[in-house]
Design a binder for this molecule. Structure first.
Ligand code: HEM
Length: 135
């Protein structure tokens, strides 16, 4: 199994593997395949995006929010599936520290994308019952 430290080369491998899986995925494929016409270009955009997020490089100048807003077929379940596939692939490609960082970034960005798209996280609340049950 390939386990690499986080750098531009491992991000490129991660992005490549992730979107190869996305294309074949039963729920993500049907959203991505009609939307992405040039996978090489899409992967290049995503390598630039993640290199900026994780390594502070300056190659990405898109707008993730408006890119997703164009696609009104995106639902809450897609985020769960996207993140499950991301967790799996980051752990295949990256060392423990690198995978943990990329998972954390994706969870945080995913959360803000969801709010922007009007599909917020299921509130787990504060763990304080609003109505006391029992007594
Ligand atoms: C959860 C974390 C996610 C992150 C960090 C993320 C990130 C990105 C980024 C950076 C782009 C490129 C935007 C650009 O062109 O500049 C993109 C494109 C895209 N994403 Fe996501 N995404 C996430 C979740 C999802 C989910 C859940 C879906 C739904 C299946 C999705 C579907 C798409 C599609 C279809 C595109 C292509 C948009 C287009 O070019 O028309 N993404 N994503």
């Amino acid at each position: 199994m390939t386990v690499l430290p986080l750098n531009t080369a491992s991000i490129a491998l991660l992005v490549d593997r992730f979107y190869d899986k996305v294309q074949k995925h039963p729920t993500l494929g049907p959203v991505f395949n009609p939307a992405v016409h040039d996978w090489t270009e899409h992967k290049e955009t995503l390598v630039a995006f993640w290199s900026q997020v994780a390594l502070g490089e300056r190659g990405y100048n898109g707008s993730p929010m408006s890119a997703h807003q164009k696609h009104n077929t995106i639902r809450a379940a897609h985020f769960d599936d996207w993140l499950a596939l991301w967790r799996e692939t980051t752990r295949e490609v990256l060392d423990e520290d690198g995978a943990a960082k990329m998972i954390d970034f994706a969870e945080r960005i995913g959360r803000s994308l969801r709010y922007g798209l009007g599909i917020p996280m299921q509130g787990r609340g504060l763990g304080i019952p609003l109505v006391s049950v029992g007594k």
